[in-house]
Ligand binder design. Structure first.
Ligand SMILES: Cc1cc2nc3c(=O)[nH]c(=O)nc-3n(C[C@H](O)[C@H](O)[C@H](O)COP(=O)(O)OP(=O)(O)OC[C@H]3O[C@@H](n4cnc5c(N)ncnc54)[C@H](O)[C@@H]3O)c2cc1C
Length: 238
């Protein structure tokens, strides 16, 4: 839809028009061809999204992003999703996802890569018995000296095989009496090579009825090792 006042600004309207034209002229013809084949979006399309800066819509300009807000991110996503849901959704796997590691210099480097579409991830929150209710997550992270060992079963992890990393939500301890049920849950960064799963992780593609363009995975984690520095902290780049 067109933007009503007071949310319409010349800049937002121009961005919406740009995304609408890109979705119609570039994304839709590819979706019409590849979606019926349950195929994955071509890398060239991802590179075009990256060239437009759309993997870094919400990343600050000092870190290579467009420095815009969630409003603008939603605006672009909505237009792209009208042509192919997965193309809108792949953008959520940039925007600084998987960058909030402990070391500030590495955080900065990853954020710049994220904004450029060179650090595209997968988010593994859901499990067979934890969807809306993520406090029910059962995947465990156990400390072994300077690494964490992740074991459990994740479901619906979009883009997991093609990704540069998988962000895994895991339980480091049970909640204590009086604490929220989500106490003890932490996100971990599992770094991987695109096109392969790391040691201890195996995946089976889920046969979806729609939302093609990237594959969605059932993942089994059996002793995936993550360095302590790759816990995701919530810290942003300095
Ligand atoms: C195609 C696809 C892609 C996905 N991609 C990812 C991904 O990349 N990463 C990831 O981690 N997950 C992903 N998911 C999982 C998605 O996040 C979950 O499906 C979602 O959180 C819902 O969980 P659920 O399916 O277990 O349903 P449930 O949580 O069991 O919900 C079932 C129904 O109950 C309703 N409901 C639940 N709780 C309440 C409540 N408290 N009050 C009222 N109604 C309620 C829900 O609205 C829903 O209608 C994906 C799912 C699909 C289908």
């Amino acid at each position: 839809m067109d933007l009503p006042t007071p949310w319409a600004t010349p800049e937002r309207t121009a961005l919406q028009q740009q995304a609408r034209a890109f979705a119609r002229d570039v994304v839709l013809p590819i979706a019409d061809e590849l979606d019926p084949q349950k195929a994955q979006m071509p890398r060239e399309l991802i590179d075009q999204l990256a060239a437009l800066g759309w993997f870094g819509i919400t990343v600050p300009t000092g870190h290579g992003g467009l420095g815009l807000g969630v409003f603008e991110y939603c605006l672009v996503s909505e237009e792209l999703a009208r042509a192919w849901l997965s193309v809108a959704s792949i953008l959520a796997r940039g925007q600084g996802l998987g960058t909030q590691v402990l070391d500030a210099a590495r955080r900065d480097e990853l954020l710049k890569r994220s904004a450029k579409g060179e650090w595209i991830g997968s988010i593994a929150l859901s499990e067979p018995t934890a969807g809306s209710d993520l406090a029910a997550v059962q995947t465990t992270a156990t400390r072994d000296r300077d690494t964490w060992v992740l074991s459990g079963h994740k479901r619906w992890a979009g883009n997991a095989l093609a990704a540069d990393f998988v962000e895994v939500l895991a339980r480091v301890r049970e909640p204590e009496q009086g604490e929220s049920r989500s106490a003890g849950l932490e996100p971990f960064l599992v770094v991987k090579e695109p096109g392969t799963f790391p040691e201890g992780m195996s995946g089976t593609a889920i046969d979806k009825v729609g939302y093609h363009g990237f594959l969605t995975w059932d993942l089994v984690l059996d002793g995936v090792r993550v360095p302590d520095g790759d816990r995701l902290t919530g810290l942003y780049a300095d």
